[in-house]
Design a protein around this ligand. Structure first.
Ligand SMILES: Cc1cc2nc3c(=O)[nH]c(=O)nc-3n(C[C@H](O)[C@H](O)[C@H](O)COP(=O)(O)OP(=O)(O)OC[C@H]3O[C@@H](n4cnc5c(N)ncnc54)[C@H](O)[C@@H]3O)c2cc1C
Length: 405
């Protein structure tokens, strides 16, 4: 019998921001954790994205409730990390570009307020008083002063480091190759760096979660949805809030719009958003497209991002663009993350599929997973997020990867 390289109470597979948050929460509760990544922390989407800790960009309901809980938890986690992760409560502005959308945005604001956060309408003059570089052609904005931004990779790395301080083990460049099972329970995972034995396992592999699921006959339908971003030279003060337009919400919520529309912006899933990072650079987004695992940016996407940003923030026309990059949002067709314990493999927990919200939702997801792993009732009812909502894969698919003990 192969000797395990590592033994732990809980093995987490995937060290993006979601796996890192699970590790932080579990280690803080005194659990012996091993965090495994087939590459290294932030090699995936958490190293190629923006960092809005936004409530107003979520649809009212469970996901907005999770965002509100995450926002409440964030300062405590940031304080515990004890190193700078560029977390700042800058407030968010949802721009009104067409007065027809006012009612819809007011409804969104009412949703945010129902979770205990302020969100109110600003007319054009009030918006320009707060953000004088915005275009006077805009019709105003909705302001959510409690929203924040963070550096996604510093936040993920900080949680990993803090979990390690509390005794967590790590295994990088460890590709899982198979699972040793006893009945319906996982005993251990074999990796390219040895066997890891644990009492419970957490799958948190972002857009690659489906690969892990397939090894056990589980369908975890996480599809990569590429998003492109542009980074400018330093221009501190060009905006103090993070900015987002209503068409961003549309592009996020309605993937089929890209197929139906003849508008080139809708076809590439464009939605304007902008944050000024701690260096004073603007990170401007974004697009949404299903192009498999292709992480290249496109001339069409970058041109649209820059042009549409200058339209809303004309002062950007004089700011040099430094670079562009793209990341893969973990999209689930029913538009809900997958968070919960598997009914089919009872010592498996799944934490994935957060699409464009994983930076914000990671903290509450880690808290929920830690509660489930330690037998406590989670702070929110996440039954709707269960991995069991997808039927199992054909048994022959599983048999190829998992070996009976
Ligand atoms: C352009 C863009 C902008 C975004 N902006 C925001 C935002 O402002 N706010 C927000 O909340 N969210 C945002 N998101 C979404 C957010 O980035 C993601 O939801 C989040 O990063 C997903 O984190 P994760 O830990 O699930 O996945 P990842 O960060 O991809 O981590 C998965 C990890 O698993 C590892 N892995 C893969 N396969 C295996 C395996 N078989 N075994 C072990 N490890 C494996 C990978 O190497 C990787 O390190 C944005 C995304 C994009 C693309």
């Amino acid at each position: 019998m192969t000797q395990p390289a590592v033994e732990a109470e809980i093995a987490i597979l995937g060290a993006g921001i979601v796996g890192a948050a699970c590790a932080w929460h579990l280690a803080r509760r005194g659990r012996r954790v091993v965090l495994i990544d087939r590459a290294m922390p932030t090699a995936g989407t958490s190293g190629a994205c923006d960092g809005y800790v936004s409530i107003s960009s979520k649809k009212p309901g469970l996901v907005m409730a999770m965002a509100a809980e995450s926002k409440r938890l964030y300062p405590e986690v940031v304080a515990d990390i004890g190193r700078d992760v560029d977390y700042r409560t800058c407030g968010g502005l949802l721009l009104v570009e067409d007065p027809v959308t006012l009612d819809q945005l007011e409804e969104r604001a009412a949703g945010v307020r129902s979770y205990g956060f302020d969100m109110h309408h600003l007319d054009r003059a009030a918006m320009l008083a707060l953000e004088p570089n915005l275009s006077p052609a805009l019709h105003g904005a909705f302001r959510c002063p409690g929203e924040a931004i963070v550096s996604p990779y510093l936040m993920a790395l900080g949680q990993v480091a803090r979990a390690v301080d509390r005794g967590a083990a790590t295994l990088w460049e460890a590709e899982p190759t198979g699972f040793e099972m006893a009945g319906d329970r996982i005993l251990s995972v074999d990796t390219s760096r040895g066997r890891v034995r644990a009492e419970q396992f957490v799958f948190a592999a972002g857009v690659w979660s489906g690969d892990l699921g397939r090894m056990l006959g589980l369908d975890l339908p996480v599809i990569p949805r590429r998003g492109e971003l542009v980074v400018t030279a330093r221009t501190p003060g060009i905006a103090t809030h993070y900015l987002m337009s209503a068409n961003y919400l549309l592009a996020k919520a309605d993937p089929d719009a890209a197929l139906r529309s003849s508008d080139p912006l809708v076809r590439i899933g464009h939605g304007f958003c902008l944050e000024v990072n701690a260096l004073g650079q603007c990170i401007i987004g974004s697009t949404r497209a299903f192009v498999g695992y292709d992480r290249r940016t496109t001339p069409e996407g970058v041109a649209a991002i820059v042009r549409e940003a200058v339209r809303r923030l004309p002062a950007l026309a004089r700011v040099p663009m430094l670079r562009s990059f793209a990341g893969l949002r973990p999209y689930v067709p029913d538009k809900l993350p997958i968070v919960g314990r598997s009914g089919r493999i009872p010592n498996l927990l799944v934490a994935t599929g957060h699409e464009g919200d994983g930076i914000c939702l990671s903290v509450v997801t880690g808290d929920i997973i830690a509660d489930l792993a330690t037998g406590r009732a989670p702070r929110l009812d996440v039954a709707a997020l269960t991995p069991d909502r997808f039927p199992p894969l054909d048994a022959t698919v599983a048999a190829k990867s998992a070996r009976a003990a």
